[in-house]
Ligand binder design. Structure first.
Ligand SMILES: [Zn+2]
Length: 232
């Protein structure tokens, strides 16, 4: 039970949060289950599809979701049984903010263009949900690289923002699922190489034209990885 008292401007929480303003799971999920709660789980597991793979966010808990969940559990020191119960949910609650973004990334960080998410190649709602999935992939990448900060230098762009920075006319930044990552504390090649494990179909880094000062990751329709300086 969680008791929250509001006294003036101070908020005192009496116990570690077991859920937050984002989403609360009400049942155990395992292979064979389906529904909106599976979809919510899959969004948070987007960064754990296995090397070169992308986890479908389809509301259906199949073998790929089970394998992703086992990777997630193992990454956080939980019993790796592929069943989402209280221990898994507790870890996810600890990892997410009230707006459902992972704790180390924010909508503002993924959109330095405008506050509405409009003007891109997809609806504002789609762009924002694409960015959310990308943030969960980045959270997995960040954790895999030792929980050191990852700096996002560009995310969603409207068509006008994209042309202002000289982006390609078909840039994935118009879809909201792209992130440009800056160097430090990780090298651009470390980011590009590790990103292959976290559900990014698009990875462009050093040696690819225009990408010597950042590593770009995205969720395009088919795989395109190129960072020749890094051996990718
Ligand atoms: Zn980019």
């Amino acid at each position: 039970m969680v008791l929250t008292f509001m006294t003036g401007t101070a908020v005192v929480t009496a116990a570690p949060a077991q859920a937050d303003g984002c989403y609360t799971w009400s049942r155990t999920l395992r292979e064979g289950t389906s529904g909106a709660d599976v979809t919510q789980l899959q969004i948070r597991l987007s960064g754990y599809p296995g090397q070169g793979a992308v986890l479908a966010v389809d509301g259906s808990f199949g073998p790929a979701t089970k394998a992703a969940l086992k990777r997630f559990q193992s990454a956080y020191g939980l019993a790796s049984d592929g069943v989402a119960g209280p221990a898994t949910y507790s870890k996810i609650y600890a990892l997410q903010d009230n707006d459902c973004t992972p704790v180390h990334f924010s909508y503002a960080e993924l959109n330095k263009c405008n506050s509405t998410w409009s003007g891109g190649a997809v609806s504002a709602a789609t762009a924002k949900s694409n960015a959310l999935r990308t943030m969960w992939k980045l959270e997995a990448l960040r954790h895999a690289l030792g929980d050191k900060p990852i700096r996002v230098t560009s995310g969603f762009r409207s068509k006008s923002c994209n042309s202002a920075v000289g982006g390609a006319t078909n840039s994935r930044h118009l879809y909201g699922d792209s992130a440009d990552l800056g160097a430090g504390p990780h090298s651009l090649c470390t980011l590009a190489k590790q990103a292959r494990n976290h559900g990014f179909r698009g990875i462009l880094g050093p040696g690819y034209p225009g990408h010597n000062d950042h590593t770009h990751v995205d969720h395009r329709a088919s795989r395109h990885w190129s960072a020749p300086t890094c051996g990718i």
